[in-house]
Design a protein around this ligand. Structure first.
Ligand code: PYC
Length: 321
């Protein structure tokens, strides 16, 4: 299928749709833009600068929704990789996506492009690997994670002083344990409001990740509902949607914080439950002084589609905010 061009009369975009613990990933397997060569980080810049209409067409309404995460498959860059991938959501590209990597692994398996076992995938923040245990169960080995700052206080209007940690897990997170909120699915409107207010307060107060990088994910933690698990979370994503899965990069950030506090030993399994009760199992290894998180979860293929972008359709590129 021809690569995307934004003035062609009719564009067809082939996808495999998966969900990982309730969080969707729309994997683009054909009809995507020509991003040229170079690192995935360079290709992502081209995607951001020149093909934002394509991003919006794939994930935004009326074809998608705020919660949809896109995954554009690219040829591998590194010698040992099976593919490259650029993740994106309702507001732009994501640096890395854990639930999405599990979804991509299951989509590639459904296409017979990978067999059971371990494979490497290129992302804008470096290669990650995934191990396909069966058609649905996958363990990803993420990029190194670390806690950047602990005991960070920020004043949030209506909430007062909120204390949290800043950590990298493939995206930048602000992690809050002490918030007094009920992490219940019936409470998502309030949780969204609160986490959005925290994010805005971080920006307003110039609180960032390393090198001034924007913290665009906020994560609240509380006790699990299932006593077999260790924790429940609520994760607010950059475009104001909450993650239905426990968030692979967010769980990686949490593991790095626990490890830094001596609350998690290398190889010990931490069971992170999402706001809808889906589960990731995480653990860390230390390699060359860096914390490497592994996250295990399951994804299912729930559709194979052809998206149609008709030049006559005024909303062919989606509703952009
Ligand atoms: O699983 O890393 C993740 C993720 C990031 C945004 C949505 N999901």
């Amino acid at each position: 299928m021809s690569p995307f061009s934004n003035d062609a009369p009719l564009q067809r975009v082939g996808t495999i749709e998966t969900h990982t613990g309730g969080e969707p990933t729309r994997v683009v397997i054909s009809g995507g833009p020509d991003l040229g060569t170079g690192s995935l980080a360079e290709q992502t810049e081209r995607f951001r600068d020149q093909f934002d209409e394509f991003r919006s067409a794939v994930v935004n309404e009326p074809r998608g929704s705020d919660v949809m995460v896109g995954a554009l498959l690219r040829p591998p860059v590194e010698e040992n990789s099976v593919a490259g991938v650029i993740f994106f959501n309702n507001v732009g590209p994501l640096q890395m996506c854990g639930h999405g990597t599990i979804g991509v692994a299951v989509a590639l398996a459904s296409l017979n492009r990978v067999q059971l076992g371990r494979h490497q995938l290129d992302t804008p923040v470096g290669p990650v690997s995934f191990e396909l245990h069966d058609a649905n169960r996958v363990t990803i080995q993420n990029v190194p994670a670390y806690r950047y700052r602990s005991d960070v206080e920020v004043h949030v209007d209506g909430l007062g002083q909120i204390r949290g940690e800043i950590a990298w897990g493939g995206n930048w997170f602000f992690l809050v344990n002490d918030h007094g909120q009920d992490l219940n699915i019936n409470n998502v409107e309030k949780l969204t409001k609160i986490t959005w207010a925290i994010r805005q307060a971080l920006t307003a107060n110039g609180i960032t990740g390393e090198d001034g990088k924007e913290i665009d994910h906020v994560e609240l933690f509380g006790p699990p509902v299932d006593p077999q698990n260790d924790s429940r979370n609520f994760v607010l994503c950059p475009g104001k949607a909450y993650d239905r899965s426990p968030c692979g990069t967010g769980t990686s950030a949490k593991l790095a914080c626990l490890y830094a506090d001596g609350k998690l030993a290398a190889g010990e399994v931490f069971r992170q439950e999402s706001i809808i009760g889906s589960l990731f199992e995480g653990s860390v290894q230390e390699e060359n002084g860096k914390v490497i998180p592994s996250i295990t979860g399951t994804a299912y293929v729930n559709a194979e589609t052809t998206l149609i972008l008709d030049l006559n359709d005024p909303f062919r590129f989606g509703i952009r905010s």
